[in-house]
Design a protein. Structure first.
Ligand code: SF4
Lengths: 144, 340
């Protein structure tokens, strides 16, 4: 179904760790602290992919997590956007030639927004979410 | 002829109360989020955030899991929403009498309160997800735990009103019309305060909010009962949550704070009802602030075994002492009345 303006003010995010070093998790948690307060814009973290509009993926996708990531992605109800947080999800980063990688993330699920940094600052993550909103607006306008 | 007209008025009135309940419920959720945000030194979402969330959920895809029982999975949110609205029809709102008030009393309301919870349990079991199943079991345990203190409150209040010679003491309209504080002596006031505490502790469990949200526990059960729900079904549970918040607030107001402005200052009929309903909402917000918003910001979640012992032992003892104080008070007041 076509998204409407309601999405811009109510984006629920589900966070998935695909084998990250936990640096990006800490920054995501920092981004939802009272200092940044993304709930002002209706952004909140939810516990189930079924409730989510936005999938935050951190980490380079290790072999064991590949199927799980695909499953979580497919469980999310449409319309949805995927955001890859951290350099190692984009290119492998510090893990780029590890023996056990199935990623980076965009080899496994389609990614809409990339946030660089190892780990990215909370400001960068919030900027990424705003970019994801712009992407949703484009879907809203009929583009893909 | 008059029967038909009365039925039509009743039906129209029911629709008005239903719409009021849906809107006021979502507004209450928004106020709750705003208050919680301010207590955490945040700006918080705008008051209309629940409406935006609701609209968004309505346009999302509604996923039915492969190993769910589809008809039960889809009907549970509808039952939860409708049954919470039905409870609202039995509770007096301000000086406006409730549409179905004449057909059921406080005991019926107490039974009806279990229906939304049971619908959620059914939906949880029907989702076929281990998280939802664990959540459903916890919801049942919580329900068994808080039902006992709630029953004490209902019985104690109605019994005390009955002992004061007020007929039909179990009807909510009677309870709202005769503030129970006005019939008791000093001992009774102490007892009533204890019962107020009991109701305030039961409310968050009834609404599955922190500290009694172990059935939804986002961090351990990923949403528990609601884990598999998405889109329209989740939106319906969201609405039901709002209506239930209004219902619990309205019960607390009807039992403990039933005063209306119009009974102190005389006003023309229409104005009085509007003023009363605004005053009523203010009271509900105040009740919700103390028993839901403040509690969920200040406290962490109880474990499920702690919930049971808390309700049965501590809250049960508080409730029973309230009941005993009210009984002693009834004896004292009638003896004093006999002497005078
Ligand atoms: S991007 Fe850096 S900080 Fe983030 S998970 Fe990867 S290695 Fe850790």
């Amino acid at each position: 179904m076509k998204p409407t303006k309601a999405f811009n003010r109510s984006l629920w995010a589900f966070h998935m760790n695909s084998g990250s070093c936990n640096g990006c998790e800490i920054e995501i948690v920092a981004a939802i602290t009272p200092r940044y307060d993304p709930e002002r814009f209706g952004i909140k973290l939810v516990g189930s992919p079924k409730h989510a509009d936005l999938l935050l993926v951190t980490g380079p996708v290790v072999g064991k997590m590949k199927d799980r990531l695909v499953r979580v992605y497919e469980q999310m109800p449409d319309p949805k956007v995927v955001m890859c947080v951290g350099t190692c999800g984009i290119s492998g980063g510090v893990f780029y030639d590890s023996y056990n990688l199935a990623g980076p993330v965009d080899q496994v699920v389609p990614v809409d927004v990339y946030v660089v940094g190892c780990p990215p600052r909370p400001e960068a993550i919030i900027h990424g979410v705003v970019t994801a909103l712009a992407k949703l607006e484009r879907i809203e306008g009929g583009e893909h | 002829m008059t029967g038909g007209l009365e039925l039509a008025i009743l039906a129209g009135w029911t629709i008005v109360v239903t719409i009021f309940g849906l809107v006021a419920g979502l507004v209450l959720l928004g106020i709750d989020r705003k208050l919680a945000a301010h207590m955490q030194a945040r700006v918080g979402p705008p008051l209309r955030q629940p409406f935006i969330d609701f609209r968004k959920l309505m346009i999302k895809e509604s996923v039915v899991p492969a190993n769910a029982i589809p008809w039960m999975f889809n009907i549970a949110p509808v039952i939860a929403l409708i049954s919470s609205l039905v409870i609202l029809l039995y509770i007096p709102l301000g000086s406006i009498p409730s549409p179905l008030g004449a057909f059921g009393d406080f005991v019926l309301v107490m039974y009806l309160l279990t229906v939304p919870a049971l619908a959620m349990v059914a939906g949880g079991f029907a989702s076929g997800s281990p998280y939802a199943t664990v959540g459903a079991q916890r919801e049942m345990v919580t329900m068994i735990a808080y039902e006992f203190p709630l029953a004490i409150v209902v019985v104690a209040i109605a019994w005390r009103l009955g002992a004061a010679g007020i007929p039909d003491a179990f009807s909510l309209a009677t309870i709202a019309a005769h503030p129970v504080w006005s019939v008791v002596g000093p001992l009774g006031i102490l007892g009533l305060l204890l019962l107020l505490v009991v109701l305030a502790v039961v409310s968050p469990a009834e609404l599955s909010r922190i500290p009694f949200d172990s059935q939804e526990a986002e961090t351990e059960l990923a949403g528990g009962l609601l884990v598999e729900y998405s889109g329209r079904n989740l939106a319906m549970f969201y609405l039901a949550q709002g209506v239930k918040t209004l219902v619990m607030g309205a019960i607390a107001v009807a039992v403990f704070f039933p005063w209306n402005i119009s009974s102190f200052i005389s006003m023309p009929g229409g104005v009085a009802q509007v003023v009363d309903i605004v005053f009523f909402l203010l009271k509900v917000i105040l009740v919700m602030f103390f028993s839901v918003s403040l509690a969920r910001v200040a406290m962490a979640r109880f474990r499920i075994n702690q919930i049971v012992s808390l309700y049965w032992i501590y809250i049960g003892v508080i409730g029973l002492s309230g009941l005993i104080l009210l009984m002693a008070d009834a004896v004292l007041v009638s003896v004093a009345g006999g002497i005078i």
